[in-house]
Design a protein around this ligand. Structure first.
Ligand code: TRP
Length: 459
């Protein structure tokens, strides 16, 4: 990939150059003013980028259905880093989304050798239990296992036809030595991300996937594959408006009015009737049809209409026998620093706080955490603390202090030098204590009710 970096979803090293990633991979920036009731992570710029989030925001504002798909690796213990996605999932749920949670037990089996049995126990006791405590509503949450949802695996095979090893090399940097588990796992993940829009799992609607930036390669892959299946492409029209263009492929020639490699005028005319019919409910005053060329122009449409036009065409595609798959939307959050100043990772317990950490352990870790304070008290009073490096401040910002005003007061006190490094650590310990105790209490509340989160095929 010329001049660019690659994101490796399996690596423990992750670039923190978010501006560069946003630019290189063409992500959208999150515009706070467009979000209804922005959550804490939005207000603090921690959710920094997205793909097609406007599609989901459109659903929210029109009260149309949309879903969230999120996934977990059933290995290791759940820690603070994992809770960030759940914060976003809960926000989407509050805005009306239904939630599907993938337990990536096949991926854990393939890439880490975790048995399915072990994966199941970890997923439920460690992750689902904490998701419940963090406030997901079981009424609109369905947790499933990759290994027991054939529809997901079927999609992995079907959609595997739309990609090849060269694309995997470009996206993931695979080579001849790459273990095939790393080829299988992303294909199953494509199935995870796509399947909630199948008729058996809620039907055609936008699906948003909130993730850390490390998972973006999977989203690029999925979006590319979904695009390749489309029978109708909806693109901006040069002279203004939108154009719907037929995408004739091996398996849809007849449906799209082709016969022996030539346009069948009668069949094509009928198709265009159906296309106009599909668009009629959107109420565009005029359309310009060019059946033999395979395009339908909608001069009066704006780019904001694109998602709705696309939905209508996908729905028509389904009626006609195609898959009709919406490319997934996504949001990306920054990673919190590890407590030692390095990357946060569950394999290095000193870098993070686990969801069921004892107060003593948490206190010990915060006290030893990387500080943005100055060398001496005198210097600190003069120069102030550096919030951009201080773990205690950042953990208040990412996790423990939900009140924006309180947080900005802490920042002012610390940066001015009035608050010392030891003091900000104590504030962090106090808030974290409340946070952990409340979470533990809520875990107790849910302990006997975790089945409510499991989908029928997961029971
Ligand atoms: N690959 C993800 C991880 O390593 C787990 C996962 C599987 C996932 N399917 C997903 C995440 C779908 C988000 C969406 O953590």
């Amino acid at each position: 990939m010329a001049g660019g970096e690659r994101i490796d979803p399996w690596s423990s090293e992750q670039s923190q150059d978010y501006a560069r990633i946003t630019e290189q991979f063409g992500l959208g920036s999150v515009d706070l003013s467009e979000l209804p009731n922005p959550g804490m992570l939005h207000r603090r710029g921690i959710v920094f980028a997205h793909r097609d989030l406007d599609v989901v925001l459109g659903c929210m504002s029109r009260n149309e259905p949309f879903g969230v798909l999120t996934g977990l690796m059933p290995s290791g213990r759940m820690h603070l880093g994992h809770s960030m996605v759940i914060d976003q999932v809960r926000w989407f749920q509050e805005q009306g989304a239904d939630i599907t949670v993938t337990v990536a037990d096949l991926e854990a089996l393939a890439t880490r050798g975790t048995s399915l049995k072990e994966g199941r126990t970890t997923a439920i006791e460690e992750y689902v239990h904490n998701y419940a405590a963090l406030g997901l509503d079981p009424d609109s949450t369905d947790v499933y296992f990759q290994s027991s949802r054939p529809a997901v695996q079927r999609l992995a095979f079907t959609l595997g036809r739309r990609t090849n090893l060269s694309e995997f090399e470009a996206i993931y940097g695979f080579s001849g030595e790459t273990n095939l588990a790393h080829v299988q796992a992303p294909l199953v993940q494509v199935g995870d991300i796509i399947h909630p829009q199948l008729d058996d799992f809620g039907g055609l609607r936008p699906i948003v996937v909130p993730v850390g930036i490390d998972q973006d390669p999977h989203l690029r892959l999925t979006r590319g594959i979904a695009g390749k299946t489309h029978w109708f492409n909806v693109k901006p029209r040069k002279e203004g408006g939108l154009t719907v263009a037929l995408s004739v492929q091996e398996d849809n020639q007849q449906a799209l009015g082709m016969h022996d490699g030539k346009v069948d005028a009668t069949a094509r005319a009928e198709l265009f009737e159906r296309m106009s019919g599909a668009l009629a409910p959107l109420g565009f005053a005029d359309t310009i049809a060019n059946p033999s060329y395979g395009t339908l122009d909608i001069p009066g449409a704006t780019i904001d209409d694109r998602a709705r036009v696309r939905m209508r065409m996908l729905s028509l595609e389904r009626e006609m026998g195609g898959m009709g798959l919406m490319p997934p939307c996504s949001t990306y959050h920054r990673f919190a620093v590890g407590m030692t100043g390095d990357k946060m990772s569950s394999s290095q317990p000193e870098t993070t706080i686990f969801m069921d950490e004892s107060i003593e352990e948490m206190e010990r870790k915060v006290k030893r955490s990387y500080s943005g304070g100055q060398q001496t008290v005198e210097e600190h009073r003069r120069l102030g603390g550096d919030c951009s490096k201080d773990v205690a401040f950042q953990y208040l910002q990412f996790f423990f202090e939900r009140d924006d005003k309180a947080l900005s007061e802490i920042r002012m006190e610390y940066e001015s030098g009035r608050m010392l490094a030891g003091e900000i650590k104590q504030v962090c310990i106090d808030r974290a204590t409340e946070w952990l105790l409340e979470l533990a209490e809520r875990r107790d509340m849910w302990a006997d009710r975790l089945d409510e989160f499991l989908a029928d095929d997961a029971l």
